[in-house]
Write a protein that binds this ligand. Sequence first.
Ligand code: UD1
Length: 415
Amino acid sequence: MSKYIIMPCGSLNGEVEISGSKNALLPILAASIMGEGESVIKNAPMLVDSHNMCSMLTHLGAKLQISEDTICIKPHNLSGDLENFAPVELLRASFLISGPLLAKIGKVNISMPGGCQIGVRPIDLHLKGLCALGADIEQQHGYIKLSCRKLKGNKIYLDFPSVGATENIMMAASMADGETIIENAATEPEISDLALYINNMGGKVTGAGTDTIKIMGVKKLKGCTHFVIPDRIEAGTFMIGAAATKGNILIKNVIPQHLKPVTSKLREIGINVDEGDTFIKICGESPINATDIKTLPYPGFPTDMQAQFSTLLSISNGTSVVTETIFENRFMHLTELKRMGANIKIDGRTSVIQGIDHLTGASVRATDLRAGAALVIAGLVADGQTEIDNIGYLDRGYYKFEEKMNKLGANITRI
Ligand code: UD1
């Protein structure tokens, strides 16, 4: 895997344009196979995960054309066979294909999904939902076989508002017989974007963005054109980059509403955040104060921003307590931050961060996607050189990351 070499850069300044959301794109690509006719997906960030999902669709029989940030998908004579197909094991979102395949052709044979090692990440809630819609499930030696004659709408209560399970069930239900109601559904903006896409295909989904989603199944869905929402996590990462380096950044192409939990925490610790219709401005000149953070399902503080915010708190004035409630193994970046001098104590899912004056460059390792982003921010503010190993993780979720950072004044080299 490649490495980043990061040299101190002073503050980040200028403008940055946010790409489309990876977490919105992946389920939309999965849903596209349910359409009769072509879907055109615009503002698609062509990341490693996006390419892997595209190769899954091609493997199933769909015809794809990719040019810059547009993907055209023509579903055609689909097979449901994804057993032993390597890309499936590279990303967690690969399992999102199972709902659409069940709805469209009534069968799928798929390896267990992969993804970042931030916790056990079971798929029981996906299976519970698909089973309630009438799928037969056979699990064996790392593979899952799902089949059905015809899915039937049902009432499904999720024990936890899982993003992926909500999406998978919503997609399967959109072509089932009758009505499905998902209770305790996840409310993340990416779910609303998926619902919008399904509805533009001719589906009947209401309530996406609330904890009760109703889906009236339709016989057919058609292809359509869809513009993916901006990536709130990419935007949040640049917001923290600006705050940590005491820079001034104009972040363009965002939906500020999606970043409320991050914006409000930044304001709480003394950072000046200005919002417009489609932009956010950060002025990070003031001192950074400590605060406490607890990750929660949306609209709570996102687990995908916890690592980056922890870097910021490691150079704040005072003591912060960070509690991770979504994933059980999402503090691996803290061990790496400690190599850079951060004063952090970890106790299970809670970490106590005593802010220090400055971090010191060191050789560290990205252990997952957002951990990698947190270490880049640490490298920007550290004294001396920082070397980050394993940056392939960053390529899974940040489009042209070092190019965008360097345009703002960072000094990051990929080797
Ligand atoms: C999605 C995002 C990921 C984000 C996460 C939480 C995508 C492609 N990824 O992941 O970036 O960090 O939401 O906001 O959109 N769980 C179960 N059983 C299940 C499913 C989930 O126990 O069947 C648990 C998980 O182990 C985890 C929690 O629920 O502890 C949240 O997972 P979930 O919301 O499903 O996350 P993902 O959809 O995998």
